[in-house]
Design a protein around this ligand. Structure first.
Ligand code: SAM
Length: 211
């Protein structure tokens, strides 16, 4: 999962210690205990930083798990912003409400249960950030649904786009890897976006809508 050498990643995590919050620590402990794939602290801070950099107020998340990535976006949007969380598993929605409520962030969150792309299509208006972290075979459809919905100056962000390096292995033809490759091609091939992959953890695509 992690592409950076372990010691380098640990060094970077050490620099981030001031962002500790008791609820964040509980979420990290739960992820560790259940082996649940949260984005992790390094990516979380990067998500908040990018959202703040564009003064994001309206964020849509596809695949929120139990609210770890939403924690960072919720901090970024401020009390008058809105983060929509989506997850197919109602138990995750309940956990998100619990954690974000205790972190004092739930009032800026909207919690939806069900298919994330369907939920995005069913929500009106434009977004400052659309963040994708659903099952990998859904990535191409997620970008297709998100691209038109971002304002110019908005960001499309998506986790796991390097998929432990499997995207670069020509012999790898599993369905998830193929879907991520198709997704990455589609994002880079869309002239409306200026795109870069940030190679922290498992790779985060960051695409700024410029036209
Ligand atoms: C990698 S986890 C998300 C982690 C989360 N973004 C975080 O960092 O805290 C993926 C989540 O997406 C959900 N999921 C997968 N495919 C989905 C879909 N098509 N629609 C809604 N939720 C989906 C799963 O239930 C799971 O909780």
């Amino acid at each position: 999962m992690n592409l950076l050498p372990q010691d380098v990643e640990a060094y970077m995590r050490g620099l981030n210690e001031r962002s500790d919050h008791p609820v964040l620590l509980e979420m990290e402990a739960l992820a560790e205990q259940k082996k649940f794939p949260i984005v992790g602290r390094l990516v979380g801070v990067a998500l908040e930083m990018m959202a703040r950099a564009i003064q994001a107020k309206r964020v849509f998340e596809l695949g929120s798990g139990f609210g770890f990535s939403a924690y960072w976006f919720s901090r970024a949007v401020g009390p008058d912003g809105e983060v929509t969380l989506t997850d197919g598993d109602p138990a995750n929605t309940e956990k998100s409400k619990h954690f974000l409520g205790r972190a004092g962030l739930a009032s800026r969150c909207r919690f939806l249960t069900g298919d994330a792309v369907t939920a995005l299509n069913g929500t009106e208006g434009q977004f400052d950030v659309v963040y994708c972290d659903i099952d990998k075979e859904g990535y191409p459809a997620a970008f297709a649904a998100a691209a038109d919905r971002l304002r110019v100056g908005g960001l499309y962000l998506c986790d796991n786009v390097l998929w432990s390096g499997k995207v670069a292995d020509k012999d790898n033809t599993d369905a998830s890897t193929k879907a991520i490759r198709a997704h990455n091609q589609a994002v880079y091939g869309d002239d409306r976006f200026l795109t870069s992959i940030i190679p922290i953890r498992d790779g985060v695509i960051s695409a700024l809508r410029i036209a």
